[in-house]
Every structure is written in C-alpha cells, then in structure tokens.
Design a protein around this ligand. Structure first.
Ligand SMILES: *[C@@H]1O[C@H](CO)[C@@H](O)[C@H](O)[C@H]1NC(C)=O
Ligand SMILES: *[C@@H]1O[C@H](CO)[C@@H](O)[C@H](O)[C@H]1NC(C)=O
Length: 302
C-alpha cells in the first residue's frame, strides 16, 4: 500500500516537481535550450534539403530532358491502333468503322484549315530536304514554327475523296498511317548506304528520307502479302521535319506521316506484317515491339 502511494507521488513529482521547479525532470530554462537547439537543427536540415533541390533544378533545362535514355530511340506507331495489334474485319461497314473512325480522328490535325496561321506554321516544301534548323534549343527565339503537313499528300489514304473516305478498308485494301514518335532534339540519320539494310527495302532509300519498309513477318506468308504502296512525301519520313523542339518551343509541331496501303492481302488469312524504319541512329530492341518497328496482324474476311 505505502509503496503504491510512494509510486503515485513519484509520478506526480516527475511531471511537476514543485520543489525544484522541474517539468518532466527539466527546468524551464533547460526546456527552452532544447527547444532552441531543435529549431536550429531542423532549420538547417530543411535548408540543406531545399538548397540541394534548388541546385538540382538549376541544372535542368525547360526545353530539353536531361536524361532521355529511356526514350532515346524513336518508337514507330500506327493508326488505327487496335488492341493486341490486330486488325480483323470483314467487308461490312460496321466491322471496319472503328478503324476508319480512329484514323479520321487522328488525321484531323493534318487538315489544311488547321495549319493556316502563318505565325505558327510554315512550308518546308514538298521535296525531300535536310533538317530544318530553327536555332539552338537554349536561345531566346521562343516558340518555333512547325512545318505544314497536308493530309492530301497521303493520296489514296488521305480520306478526302469520296472513294477513299474509308481508307481502303471497304475494298479490302486497308491503309495504315504511320508516324515516328517525337523525341526532342533528335535528328534521325538516314542509312549511309544500301548495304546496311535488307534488299527489299532498297527502293525506299532516298536522300533526306528515313525509309520505311513493310513486309511479311513470317517467310511462309510471302505469297499472301500482295503489293504494298507508300504515300507521303516519300516512302518514309522527310528530314525537313526534324528536329522537334519540344512541347514548349514547338507546340504546333506535326510529325510527318507515311501511309502504307496493302493492295492484295489474301482474304481470310491472318497476315502478319512487320514495318521497320531504317537509319544510322535507329535501333531495335527485342523487348520493345515499337522501337523503330512494329508488327501487326491483318485479317480481312470477305
Ligand atoms: C539504293 O538502292 C536504290 C534502288 O535499288 C537506289 O535507287 C538508290 O539510289 C540506292 N541508294 C544508295 C544510297 O545507294
Ligand atoms: C491478289 O492475290 C491473289 C492470290 O492471293 C491473286 O490470285 C490475284 O490475281 C491478286 N490480285 C491482283 C489484282 O493482283
């Protein structure tokens, strides 16, 4: 009993010892010193923290990613882009309408009436040309103009004329619209010679062009592929559309397009096709099916 009482008194005097004027075992002065110590201590920590982040931010550019190792090689993408990279339809409108709508939506930005503003766009010519230099990234020139790209250049795959409004899907001659993904400040370099690329792609090699070539993925499918036609400024991506200056400096940038039209894919056959771009600084990756190439299955049922 008495021990208990003592303990009780011990607790109370620990919290507030009126004799020594101590709160939780320390005097007010001692508490005050501890408080000041921690204010300074944490203040310094916060200072170091903010300082390093500021220093880090100063080394970053608004215009150019500091590290772009993950995206350095360009991806190749296509429209329509269905799930599982598989286009399968029959010659009935409701079966190909989603594909056609997808292409139409994508090509809207390439309508000439969206590229009229001369403060935002300029003509880079319809002949293949070398890179369009619009000054260094880090300069005070501000927003750069973008090269116009008229969807009419995609001819039979432009979806402008009545007979092509479904991008060939109706006649079983579907078009794919292909683009190279944007990479800030990237200048794709064309193949230096024909020797570095497979022979069937040679006819697509032209000066100032990153050639694209599509073919059957499996050797045994060759007879089912039929002829392929390419539309655009050439069978590939013209250099005058590069480099891209990034979202801030190049907000109106349009990627050049290539349309690939498959004229005679065997009906009712699951055709596996691979499209690839070729260039000195374009690489492929076993793990990334869209780096510099893509493959797609096309099945046209009658
Ligand atoms: C590559 O081959 C094509 C056709 O075979 C030819 O037109 C082109 O000039 C050649 N290009 C080079 C760089 O040799
Ligand atoms: C399309 O390919 C088939 C064989 O798959 C062939 O018999 C036919 O003549 C070809 N059509 C055209 C227009 O080339």
């Amino acid at each position: 009993m008495s021990a208990n009482k003592n303990a009780d008194g011990g607790w109370k005097s620990f919290i507030w010892n009126s004799e020594k004027k101590e709160f939780l075992g320390r005097t007010g002065c001692s508490w005050f010193k501890i408080f000041i110590f921690y204010v300074i201590f944490y203040g310094c920590l916060a200072g170091i923290f903010i300082g390093t982040i500021q220093a880090m931010l100063m080394t970053l550019s608004n215009f150019k990613p500091t590290y772009q190792d993950r995206v350095a090689p360009p991806g190749l993408s296509h429209f329509p882009r269905p799930d599982k990279a598989e286009i399968s339809y029959s010659i009935k409108e409701e079966s190909y309408k989603p594909y056609v709508d997808h292409i139409k939506k994508f090509l809207k930005a390439y309508d000439p009436e969206n590229q009229i503003d001369t403060t935002k766009f300029d003509d880079c010519g319809e002949q293949l040309k070398t890179y369009t230099d619009r000054g260094p990234l880090e300069s005070d020139e501000g927003v750069r103009k973008a090269c116009r790209f008229d969807r009419a250049w995609l001819k039979d795959c432009a979806g402008i004329e009545k007979k092509d409004e479904d991008f060939g899907f109706k006649e079983g001659k579907p078009c794919l619209i292909v683009k190279l993904n944007r990479i800030v400040n990237f200048r794709p370099r064309p193949p230096s010679s024909n020797d570095s690329i497979p022979e069937p792609a040679h006819p697509n090699v032209q000066p100032n062009l990153i050639p694209i070539h599509c073919t059957n993925k499996r050797e045994e499918d060759a007879e089912h592929l039929g002829p392929i036609e390419y539309f655009g400024l050439g069978p590939g991506f013209p250099l005058q559309y590069y480099p891209y200056y990034g979202k801030l400096l190049h907000p109106n940038y349009l990627q050049p397009l290539v349309a690939v039209k498959f004229h005679n894919i065997t009906r009712g056959y699951e055709m596996r096709i691979e499209c690839k771009v070729y260039g000195e600084n374009i690489y492929y990756n076993e793990k990334d099916r869209y780096q510099g190439r893509f493959d797609i299955k096309i099945t046209i049922n009658s």
